[in-house]
Design a protein around this ligand. Structure first.
Ligand SMILES: C[S@@+](CC[C@H](N)C(=O)[O-])C[C@H]1O[C@@H](n2cnc3c(N)ncnc32)[C@H](O)[C@@H]1O
Length: 308
């Protein structure tokens, strides 16, 4: 995963104390690290990185309320929430489930971009694009249509792995992603006719009605709590007969949850209902895992839906 985000406090002494605190944390002296972080925040009360790190240490120490207080301070200090303090509050139940802060996703993947492919494909056995490719081919075969598309949109395109998988199937690929660094990598593949740094929902809203034959989201809906608005917009942008295909992580309960890994997991029922509410027809919903964690497949779904 990316290196830990550090946002300077602007106060040299406070930043130094933060560095010492991190050393102590890494050595396992959590109580001393927490003390130093508190000192740093006394010098610089708006020191988001110190509050966020303190929140994590309080959690490690089993001090739940103090952790929540520290994460709230981190959020107040950086309302864009580049550290993802709001997600930690959601995870602890202190805040209701809501969308992922865009600044957090952008920061995460900007940091991740240089090592994304080796980490995801190499270490985690990532297979999202391959699964989407097979599912789209099967969905087309079932209606006796060729899997050839004049225009496709890749939501959360990242470095371009989905465009690589679908390169022979698509004439004109558009990639949309929140992270400029990921987009730079996607551009380097030469596979996209258009690339846009944007939130996927906002990016879709800019597209004309019926302008795409295929919309893909490989391992990107895991960063979207409520997938219904995206599916509604996808339906508007799709041409008649067009397909939207995406992967999600899933769980056996109801609705949407945030997992320990800070990714959303959508239940199969939730995915099915969202596709129906968006006015799309479900073509396939397969129990398939797009990646591993601790050498175990993470429970997942591959969904393909069509615009009638
Ligand atoms: C795990 S990567 C997958 C990238 C690519 N689809 C692939 O299969 O390799 C997730 C990507 O989704 C992007 N992303 C997450 N949430 C997004 C959103 N709301 N709008 C646009 N991009 C988003 C991230 O920036 C990141 O590049």
């Amino acid at each position: 995963m990316p290196t830990r985000l550090f946002l300077s406090s602007g106060d040299l002494m406070a930043d130094r104390r933060f560095d010492f605190a991190r050393d102590l944390q890494l050595k396992g002296d959590l109580a001393a690290a927490a003390d130093l972080l508190l000192q740093a925040t006394e010098l610089a009360p708006g020191f988001a990185s110190a509050w966020f790190t303190l929140g994590g240490i309080r959690e490690q120490l089993g001090e739940g309320d103090a952790a929540i207080a520290a994460f709230r301070k981190a959020l107040a200090a950086d309302p864009d929430d580049r550290h993802g303090a709001g997600l930690r509050l959601m995870l602890s139940g202190a805040q209701p489930l809501s969308g992922m802060p865009q600044a957090y996703v952008r920061t995460l993947f900007d940091q991740y971009a240089p090592k994304f492919e080796s980490a995801l494909v190499g270490d985690l056995g990532y297979r999202g694009p391959k699964l989407l490719f097979r599912a789209v081919l099967a969905a087309r075969a079932a209606v006796r249509k060729p899997a050839l598309f004049r225009s496709a949109i890749d939501l959360g395109c990242g470095t371009g792995l989905a465009a690589t998988a679908f390169a022979a199937q698509v004439d004109h690929f558009t990639g949309i992603d929140l992270s400029p660094r990921m987009i730079e990598r996607a551009r380097a593949t030469g596979l996209y006719a258009e690339l846009e740094v944007a939130d996927m929902l906002e990016g879709l809203r800019d597209r004309p009605d019926g302008s795409a034959e295929l919309i893909l989201a490989a391992d990107a809906m895991v960063y979207v709590a409520d997938i219904l608005p995206v599916l509604r917009e996808a339906k508007r942008v799709l041409a008649a007969g067009g397909l939207v295909a995406f992967t999600v992580e899933t769980h056996r309960g109801e609705g949407v949850i945030l997992s320990e890994g800070l990714r959303y997991a959508h239940s199969a029922e939730y995915v099915r209902a969202s596709i129906g509410e968006a006015g799309l027809a479900l073509s396939r919903l397969d129990d398939l895992s797009a990646r591993d964690e601790d050498n175990e497949p993470v429970p997942g779904l591959v969904a393909v839906a069509a615009k009638g």
